[in-house]
Design a binder for this molecule. Structure first.
Ligand code: HAM
Length: 421
């Protein structure tokens, strides 16, 4: 037997309806906020992700890179944003739209240490609003994220926001951070010591406990915002109030990618058994990515949620609707003699858009009943010799156990009523 690749998982038939449910909620929220789906390739030329300015671990250490047979460097996407911006630029979407609002769904690949909520192949629901730098737009994206979480019924969730400032503010902040950390350089972890020279902001993201301790009194990005970035952050908070978004300011939040500027935010779950992987989604504004990938000087903002983490949160909080996992009816025949009649009933109900199934394995009555209950069928349609003779069926509600004899002519109508109750 060959096992699945480490860090990947199978979505088995028993789980797929949960994915479909989540996807239907994504479809609802994105329509409401006027986002249209975009589908870009899972692999891109490596330059899309491996850019000079992007020194995050995720891109430098965790990507799956390979040469194709034409000796081209290709990378499996570790995230959606860069590929979407590549497509935005290549297809000149900026030419006929002043603002492009797109959403996407699909797999990403990161060579991480797998654990619950962290995989090497995982799926994201993300969105990008490309075209302008506007605090109102930032607030709308955060509002969408917050409403989406509420629409799923998740309650123990917080939206954290921060500003890391524009380029000027960040440069000033980086200097202050380096000045503060240099006397402790010997105590910093190996990675952080390296980052002190190359990319000091990344140190704030370190999971090393000693680094974290050293950072307690470190300067914070928010204290180094220039007037423009301060005003921008002020406007963002004002608009978040208009959208009635509840949020918390987390002045330590910097995010794990280097393309961000000004607004950053994360949606965190406070759900039991969730462990360290409690960030359901995160995003922020990025000003230079469109330009870096060969497009005009256009700013954008986006967010991505981890689908597996959302599903896990819904599971932990018991928030999947009951009807997700049930059939409208299961047809049980007492012997093989009624199979033809049962099949006609099956077809007639399917034509009327009911979800119905029947036994294909010549199971006994008991076996069929067991299967119907295992599939969480809402009703049973039982057919024996008598029913066949009289052109009727026995219709049984599996929850209330009420049973009635129904003439085949009225079956669709009565089944509909039973299901509605
Ligand atoms: P990110 O924070 O790297 O941001 O990923 C977004 C979300 O994807 C995380 O909050 C998490 O829920 C999920 N995720 C990340 N890595 C894994 C993994 N190994 N296993 C399971 N879930 C994972 C981005 O990817 C940015 N592109 C978001 C963005 C969009 N920024 C602007 N626009």
């Amino acid at each position: 037997m060959i096992n699945r690749v480490k860090g990947t998982y199978d979505v088995l038939p028993s789980e797929i309806k949960k994915w479909h449910y989540l996807e239907s909620k994504i479809s609802e929220i994105t329509s409401k906020y006027h986002y249209t789906e975009i589908r870009t390739p899972i692999m891109e030329y490596s330059g899309v992700f491996h850019r000079e300015s992007e020194l995050s671990d995720m891109v430098t250490k965790e990507t799956y890179n390979f040469k194709d047979k034409g000796n081209r460097d290709v990378t499996l996407r570790p995230e959606g944003t860069a590929g979407i911006i590549r497509s935005y630029v290549e297809n000149k979407l900026y030419a006929d739209n002043d603002l492009t609002k797109v959403y996407y769904l699909g797999p990403n690949f990161r060579y991480e240490r797998p654990q619950k909520g962290r995989y090497r192949q995982f799926s994201q629901f993300g969105l990008e609003a490309i075209g302008t730098k506007s605090a109102l737009l930032d607030a709308e994206v955060i509002s969408l994220a917050s409403e989406f979480i509420k629409s799923l019924g998740l309650k123990n969730v917080v939206v954290e926001i921060n500003s890391i400032g524009d380029f000027e503010s960040r440069s000033k902040y980086q200097k202050a951070l380096v000045t503060y950390l240099t006397p402790f350089a010997d105590k910093l972890s190996f990675d952080s010591k390296e980052r002190l020279q190359k990319n000091p902001l990344r140190i704030l993201d370190s999971k090393d406990p000693i680094d974290q301790e050293l950072l307690v009194n470190a300067p914070k990005p928010i204290d180094y915002l220039n007037i423009e970035s301060q005003e921008y952050f002020g406007d963002l908070k004002k608009y978040l109030e208009c959208f009635k978004v509840e949020y918390k300011i987390n002045d330590k939040l910097v995010r794990g990618l280097d393309y961000y500027s000004d607004t950053v935010f994360e949606v965190k779950a406070n759900i039991k058994d969730f462990g360290a992987q409690n960030v359901l989604g995160g995003g922020g504004r990025y000003n230079d990515l469109v330009k870096e990938l060969g497009g005009p000087d256009i700013s954008a903002i986006g967010i991505a949620f981890g689908m597996e983490r959302l599903l896990y949160a819904l599971e932990s909080e018991n928030l999947f609707p009951e009807e997700l996992i049930s059939l409208d009816s299961y047809i049980i025949t007492l012997s093989n003699d009624e199979k033809k009649y049962g099949t006609m009933v099956l077809q007639c109900l399917r034509e009327a858009h009911f979800n119905v199934d029947i036994d294909f394995m010549n199971k006994s009555f008991k076996g069929q009943l067991k299967k119907a209950l295992k599939e969480n069928s809402k009703t049973l349609i039982i057919i024996g010799e008598e029913e066949l003779k009289k052109n009727v069926v026995q219709l049984k509600n599996t929850k209330t156990e009420e049973q009635q004899e129904v003439n085949i002519k009225n079956l669709k109508e009565i089944l509909k009523k039973v299901l509605e109750n």
